[in-house]
Write a protein that binds this ligand. Structure first.
Ligand code: ADP
Ligand code: ASP
Ligand code: MG
Length: 419
């Protein structure tokens, strides 16, 4: 029988009524002749509550126990969804990660898939079960411990199952009716896209658009999974929502297709460092060892003989990283300074920044995107602190209080409301 993967996020399974609503959608697909693998998230708010409990109990927690606690939210919804389907006379059962098994690496709280053997689920489908309800976000390590895949990881579970089971499609049901030109909660002018290229969605996700976990888009692109985002609260059919697909499946592509933002950024400056070979390596080596995800980097042009205390060339180095890694980054740099591996006069930490980015594959062949972006921000009086670019994106770091304003201004400047 043809097979579909249907994933329901936290707000779509937030209470028993919503679980029932989601189950109705599953029932429709079963009646159309599909076997279905349903991937469920924890009820909305549950994972945050569990994370809070772990942090209150043990601030420097053992990551294996963190995963044991935090993965449990999905177990509840998997069982409840299976029961709801059974009440509708659909042969269904729940599966926790270790029961499938979903084999992952042992990188707790950021585990990656190793493989998902099909045998157990296939045997149940062969027995006449029509739905396998799988707890998202979790797996099992080679050591036999429960792992989790990072926040938002149920999206990735869904895509991994779609790839492993050759699903016809992977449908991500959520609280918006598709992927928009920007977060529809920021501006009502955001427009829903019918299609978006894998590369663009990958950038948008990694730059803060929470609608899909970055890793899920990466996997879908690698295994050519037909990935769709659609609403769990509206009537939907085969044409609903937004399809994430290969670039050549998109007719007209715009220079800029979307604007993303992330408020979870921080900026760290090492003030007055020596300007000589090996200094960048001495700074970013310890940061890498501490597991800091350094994002944007700028180094000033060097200044000769800054003062008597600083003969030779000096400069400043600035980088950005996730705000929840600031304490660890600070410690890594201070330790490196104490061990005389690096020298700086001052460490300046700015935790009031946000990153706003424009993304589009059309940028590859169009000049002037950066100039237009900077003009739009300057017209609103938004100061740019750091700039970063790649082939299909331009990002700026700005004061966090201007996030909405900047997103709106860029959305207008690139006429995304006319999508
Ligand atoms: P779920 O709990 O279903 O996984 P998420 O909260 O993780 O849902 O993702 C859906 C949210 O993503 C939406 O409510 C929306 O606010 C946000 N979002 C951010 N950027 C976009 C975008 N470009 N298009 C659609 N939604 C977006
Ligand atoms: N429940 C997990 C989270 O909130 C995973 C997910 O919903 O995708 O991050
Ligand atoms: Mg999500």
């Amino acid at each position: 029988m043809p097979l579909l993967v249907m994933k329901f996020g936290g707000t779509s399974v937030a209470d028993l009524a919503r679980i029932k609503n989601a189950a109705q959608k599953v029932k429709k697909e079963v009646e159309r002749g599909y076997d279905v693998i349903v991937i469920v998230s924890a009820m909305s708010g549950k994972t945050n509550e569990l994370v809070g409990w772990v942090e209150q109990t043990s601030p420097m927690f053992d990551a294996r126990e963190y995963d044991a606690v935090v993965a449990s939210g999905e177990n509840i919804t998997a069982g409840l969804m299976a029961l709801t389907l059974q009440e509708m006379d659909i042969p269904a059962r729940s599966w926790q990660g270790w029961q499938v098994p979903i084999n992952t690496t042992s990188a707790h709280s950021a585990a990656r898939f190793v493989d998902i053997p099909r045998g157990n689920l296939d045997a149940k489908f062969a027995e006449g079960f029509r739905v396998a309800v799988v707890a998202g976000f979790q797996g099992v390590s080679p050591e036999g411990r429960i792992t989790t895949l990072g926040r938002g990881g149920s999206d990735t579970t869904a895509v991994a199952f779609a790839a492993a089971f050759d699903a016809e499609r992977c449908d991500i049901y959520t609280d918006v009716d598709g992927i928009y030109t920007t977060d529809p909660r920021i501006t009502s002018r955001a427009k829903k896209l019918d299609r978006i290229a894998f590369e663009e969605m990958l950038e948008l996700a990694s730059l803060g658009a929470k609608v899909l976990q970055t890793r899920s888009v990466e996997l879908a692109m690698r295994y050519n999974v037909r990935l769709r985002v659609l609403s769990s609260f509206e009537d939907t059919d085969e044409n609903s929502g937004t399809l994430v697909c290969a670039e050549d499946e998109i007719m007209e592509s715009k220079v800029v297709s979307g604007v993303a933002h992330s408020r979870e950024e921080a900026k760290i400056t090492l003030f007055t460092i020596e300007d000589r070979p090996g200094v960048a390596s001495a700074i970013f080596g310890p940061l890498a060892d501490a597991g800091i995800n350094v994002d944007m980097i700028v180094q000033n042009i060097s200044e000769k003989d800054y003062d008597e205390a600083h003969p030779g060339a000096v400069t400043d180095m600035t980088f950005s990283c996730p705000i929840n890694q600031v304490a660890r980054a600070k410690k890594a740099l201070e330790d490196a300074k104490a061990a005389d591996l690096i020298r700086y006069d001052e460490l300046i930490i700015d935790e009031d920044v946000a990153k706003v980015s424009v993304v589009g594959i059309g940028m590859r062949s169009h000049a002037g995107v950066a100039a237009k972006m900077f003009r739009a921000l300057s017209a609103e009086g938004v100061n740019i602190k750091v700039i970063g670019t790649s082939e299909i994106k331009i990002s700026v770091l700005i004061d966090r209080k201007y996030t909405e304003l900047a997103v709106q201004a860029l959305h207008d400047a690139f006429e995304l409301d006319k999508a």
